[in-house]
Design a binder for this molecule. Sequence first.
Ligand code: SF4
Ligand code: SF4
Length: 203
Amino acid sequence: MRYPKLRELKEAIKALIKGPYTSKFPYQAHEPYERFRGRPYFHEEDCTGCTACAEVCPTTAIEVEDKVSGGKAKRRLTVHWDICICCGQCELNCLTGKGITLSREFAYATTESKSELKQEIDKEFVTCECCGEPVVPYDQYAWVAKRLGPLCFSNSSLMLFYLKLLGLAFRSKPSTRKKTEVLRQDRIGILCPRCRREAVLKS
Ligand code: SF4
Ligand code: SF4
């Protein structure tokens, strides 16, 4: 007969005094540890819409959808909790560090449909002043402009955006000319990469 080791005996005595290690969930609410990785949530005010989180998500639980309608463009970011594995990569690689964070929620059981297990946020785009194509989400441009400060004057699109942000430049009246036509004077404007190339080549 083999005798239990002293370490195991010690653990058994400790468990007798302290009670079991496991919690009584679901009969009693369970309080996870401080660093527990649970359901992720977007925080709209701290998210720029850059999609870095979607790029690093190993299960493609973060969906990105860009839509243009009625002259306005927006990006929809959706985190699908049903396929999220709570790895924390999105939080770790978030541009602002606060755009998406993992909560300590672990109970996903629901009587709703699977499609309800998600959170969506929308981000408005800055559009090209020539062709109307989306350039970059407004919040991402503002974040980059603020980080760069005066350095953003090396990029004319960003410079103009920054001046508008500071209230020092205003959007010109809509022109009557063909939208897709890029002229030399368009160099001073917020342009998508394609129109920027065309304006530079024409000048
Ligand atoms: S926690 Fe991991 S799996 Fe879940 S959304 Fe973030 S990166 Fe994707
Ligand atoms: S700011 Fe963070 S949460 Fe928002 S899209 Fe970029 S990486 Fe994702």
